[in-house]
Design a protein around this ligand. Structure first.
Ligand SMILES: Nc1nc2c(c(=O)[nH]1)N[C@H]1C(S)=C(S)[C@@H](COP(=O)(O)O)O[C@H]1N2
Ligand SMILES: [Mo]
Length: 368
C-alpha cells in the first residue's frame, strides 16, 4: 500500500484541557535536553550541559571533505573547505543561546511540541569567521534581501520535506558578530552543536543559528521556506500569517538555592542568611537591572549585577536572602537597556514562542 505524506504528517496543535505530556513529547524531550539550572553557577556552559535542540536527526558528517558554498545573488561565489575557513581571521564571541520554545510548557493551553520548562539556554564562546567579510568578498547584488542558511540535516515537518533552512535579512547577516563558527569553548564543535560548522547570530533565538551549515545563498526576495514562513511565527490562530520570531526577550533565572527534593525539585533550605544568584539576558540590549521578589511578586527589590557585562551573553546577579522558617516563593525579573522588562504573566501564542514569564521558585525553609 502506498504511503502518502499527509497520512504521516502531524499538524501543529494545542493540547486539550487537562491533557498531559504525551509520549511523542517525551521522546522529543529526551533527545533535546535542557541545561541543568545549577550550570548557571559558571559563566560558560560546557557542551554536555548546554541545551540541545535538533528538529530531525544529527547528520553524518566528515569534516575532512566538508565544503561550504556561498552563492546566489552574488558577483563572486565562494566554495571553501574547513582548512580554508580556519586560515581566515577569526573572532570569538560569548553568546547566550536560547530556544524560542523555552518556557513553552508554562502556557495554557500548551502548544504540543518540544515541551521545554525554562532550561533551553546556555552560554558558550563561539569561534569562527565573521560572515560579513565573506559576504563582502562575494559581493551581494544590490537587490539582495535575505541570506538563506542550509544545514545538512533532513526531515519532514507537518508534511513538508526539507533540509533545515533559515533565512535571515541581509542587514542582520552583515552584523559584526555573526559568525560561521567551528569551535565552541575553544574546542572543535561537538556533533550535537553542529560539527563542523554552524551559524551564530548573537541576540537571536536559537532557530536562527543553523547547525551543520553547508550552504549560504543570497536571494532577492524574502525567504519563504518552512522554518521562516510556517514555523517560528507569533500566531493566535492557525490561519493568520503572524509576525516572525527574531530576538531573545529578557529573562532572569535563579541558580536553584539550597537542595532539591528528588521528585518535585522544590528547594529545601536551613534557616539563616543565604546569597541568591542567577543569570539574566536579553537579545535586544544589555541587562541593566534584575529585581528579586521573595513574597511571590508582591514586593520587589533590586539585586546586584555581578561579573562583567558581555554584549551577547548573560549577566550574573546576586542578592542576600534571610531564610526564615516556612514556605517562600522567589521570583526574579530582568530589565534591558532598551526598556524591555520580563513579563510576569505568559503571553500566549500557538507555537509557544518567547514565553519569558518569570518562573516562581518555591523554597521550604526548615525550622533548624
Ligand atoms: N541544521 C539545524 N540547525 C539548527 C536546528 C536544527 O534542527 N537543524 N535547530 C535550531 C534550533 S530550534 C535551536 S534552539 C538551536 C539549538 O542549538 P544547540 O543545539 O547548539 O543548543 O539550533 C538551531 N539550529
Ligand atoms: Mo529552538
Amino acid at each position: 500500500m502506498a504511503v502518502s505524506l499527509d497520512q504521516i504528517s502531524t499538524p501543529g496543535r494545542v493540547a486539550e484541557p487537562g491533557e498531559g505530556i504525551s509520549v511523542d513529547e517525551l521522546r522529543l524531550a529526551s533527545r533535546n535536553h535542557a541545561m541543568p539550572l545549577e550550570a548557571m553557577r559558571d559563566d560558560l556552559t560546557p557542551p554536555g550541559l548546554h541545551y540541545v535542540l535538533t528538529h530531525y536527526d544529527m547528520p553524518a558528517v566528515d569534516p575532512g571533505s566538508w565544503r561550504l558554498t556561498l552563492d546566489g545573488a552574488v558577483e563572486r561565489p565562494l566554495d571553501l573547505d574547513l582548512a580554508a575557513l580556519r586560515s581566515l581571521p577569526s573572532r570569538t564571541v560569548r553568546v547566550t543561546l536560547e530556544c524560542a520554545g523555552n518556557g513553552r510548557t508554562g502556557l495554557t493551553p500548551r502548544p504540543v511540541s518540544q515541551p521545554w520548562l525554562t532550561g533551553a539556554v546556555g552560554t558558550a564562546e563561539w569561534t569562527g569567521v565573521p560572515l560579513a567579510g565573506l559576504l563582502r568578498d562575494a559581493g551581494p547584488s544590490p537587490a539582495a534581501v535575505d541570506v538563506v542558511f542550509a544545514g545538512a540535516d533532513h526531515g519532514f515537518e507537518r508534511g513538508v520535506e526539507q533540509d533545515y533552512q533559515r533565512g535571515l535579512p541581509l542587514a542582520e547577516a552583515l552584523g559584526d558578530d555573526v559568525l560561521l563558527a567551528y569551535a565552541m569553548n575553544g574546542e572543535p564543535l561537538p556533533l550535537q552543536h553542529g560539527r563542523p560548522l554552524r551559524l551564530v547570530v548573537p541576540g537571536w533565538y536559537g532557530m536562527a543559528h543553523v547547525k551543520w551549515l553547508r550552504s549560504v545563498t543570497v536571494i532577492t526576495h524574502e525567504f519563504d521556506g518552512f522554518q521562516n514562513a510556517v514555523a517560528y511565527r507569533f500566531r493566535q490562530s492557525a490561519e493568520e500569517p503572524g509576525e516572525p520570531v527574531t530576538r531573545i526577550e529578557p529573562r532572569a533565572l535563579l541558580v536553584p538555592p539550597g537542595h532539591p527534593d528528588f521528585m518535585t525539585r522544590e528547594r529545601i533550605l536551613r534557616p539563616g542568611p543565604v546569597t541568591l544568584s542567577g543569570r539574566a539576558w536579553s537579545g535586544w540590549g544589555p541587562v541593566v537591572r534584575v529585581e528579586l521578589s521573595t513574597d511571590d511578586g508582591r514586593t520587589w527589590a533590586d539585586t546586584e549585577l555581578t561579573g562583567e557585562s558581555h554584549r551577547w551573553a548573560w549577566r550574573g546577579f546576586s542578592a542576600p536572602f534571610e531564610a526564615t522558617p516556612g514556605r517562600h516563593v522567589l521570583r526574579v525579573r530582568a530589565h534591558d537597556a532598551t526598556g524591555r522588562v520580563q513579563r510576569q504573566e505568559p503571553q500566549w501564542n500557538r507555537g509557544g514562542f518567547a514565553n519569558n514569564a518569570d518562573e516562581p521558585v518555591t523554597v521550604h525553609v526548615l525550622d533548624a
